[in-house]
Each structure stands twice: as C-alpha cells, then as structure tokens.
Design a protein around this ligand. Structure first.
Ligand code: HEC
Length: 185
C-alpha cells in the first residue's frame, strides 16, 4: 500500500515537472493564429455552457425588444462588437482567424442561445479568450439592448429591417444565406 501511494506521488511529480519543463523550455506554442483542435473546441464549449448553466441568473430581459431598443442594440453592436464578431453588411471580421479561440461571427451565423446566456457572456466575458467583460464599458441597459438585438436578429420587424438596410447597405438575410468558412461550435 505504501509503495502504491509512493508510486502515485512520484508519477504526479514527474508529470508536473515534465509539464513545467515543457513550458519553460519554450515548447508551448503561444501564437493565436491557428485554429484550436476540434476536441479542445468541443470540451471548452461544453465547460463554458455548463459554467453558464450554473452561474448565470435566469432573468428575463428588463429591456423589451421594441423596434427602438433593437435599433439601439444594432448601433451598440456596430460600435463595440463588430470589430471581432463581423459587421452588419455580412462581412466576417478581418480578425476572425487572429484569435485563439476565434470569435464566432454573430451576423453570419446568428446564435440560438437564450438571452440570459448571452447577457451573462457579454457582462462577464469569457476567460482565456479575447472576449472582454463589458460590465465596465457598457451600462446594464445597453448590455440588454445588444443582447436583445443578437437574440432577435432573425425575427426583426419590417421597420427594423428597413433601418438595417438603409444603414448598412444590405438587407438582413435568413440564416445560412451566406457562404462562410466557419469554425463550427
Ligand atoms: C476583442 C474581440 C472581441 C470583442 C470586441 C467582442 N468579443 Fe465577443 N467574443 C470574442 C471571442 C474571442 C469569443 C469566443 C469565446 C469562446 O470561444 O468561448 C467571443 C464570444 C462571444 C459570445 C459567445 C459566448 C458563448 O456563450 O459562446 C457572445 C454572445 C459575444 N462574444 C458577444 C459580444 C458582444 C455583444 C460584444 C460587444 C459588446 C462582443 N462580444 C465584443 C471576442 C470579442
């Protein structure tokens, strides 16, 4: 029994020292220009969803999805988010492949998460990625407005669609209308 425990301790020690040596001798890749392996994306995505399930408050939006609020959300998105998540003229961000992991292109591939999930992600950010926490940069009301816009992107009223078209030169499209070399989820 004693030897068995010692065996475990030695094995763990070797793994820790080996891991540290791997990193400190410079073998760890640090560039952000490669796509993460599928398994990593999959496991990290599951961990992120599970953490949100556990931590995010299931509040309904205090900001109703009126035309005016959705248009405000569109402007907030353009000012703060489109640089990483793609613009409302259906172009992918030029930085799409410059992050590890890459930012999802939220206009080309609208999200189908519930609004409490999106609000939590926007408010608290996503650790170990380029996704910032917006609680200091945007008011709570503005975070809800952009959340409502992102979760209603495929069910906008004709007036909001008209605003989109006039402002960004392209009419809002149904999902999948644009070919996009995405990275999946
Ligand atoms: C500097 C780049 C950058 C900016 C600016 C940015 N994001 Fe992100 N965002 C990211 C990255 C990278 C991810 C991917 C995180 C991951 O893989 O889990 C992400 C993920 C997300 C997600 C998905 C979270 C999930 O649960 O999978 C949402 C929603 C989101 N961002 C919304 C926004 C909104 C809204 C704004 C503007 C207020 C914004 N982002 C601004 C980089 C950015």
């Amino acid at each position: 029994m004693r030897k068995f425990v010692l065996g475990i301790v030695v094995t763990l020690g070797v793994l820790i020292i080996g891991g540290l040596a791997f990193m400190l001798l410079g073998f760890m890749p640090t560039n952000s220009k490669t796509a993460p392996p599928g398994i990593e994306t999959h496991v990290a995505g599951m961990a992120l969803d599970a953490s949100m399930e556990r931590h995010a408050a299931r509040t309904g939006s205090p900001v109703p999805a009126t035309d005016e609020n959705l248009i405000d959300g569109m402007k907030i998105y353009t000012m703060n988010c489109s640089v990483c998540h793609g613009t409302l003229d259906y172009k992918a961000s030029p930085l799409e492949h410059s992050f590890y992991p890459p930012p999802p292109q939220l206009v080309l591939e609208p999200i189908d998460d519930p609004d409490w999930h999106v609000f939590y992600a926007v408010t608290t950010g996503v650790r170990y990625t380029g996704m910032p926490a917006w609680d200091k940069a945007l008011s709570e009301e503005d975070r809800w407005k952009v959340t409502e816009f992102l979760t209603h992107m495929e069910k906008l009223s004709p007036a909001v669609q008209e605003y989109w078209k006039n402002s960004y030169g392209v009419s809002p499209q149904p999902a999948g209308a644009h070919e996009h070399e995405g990275h999946g989820h």
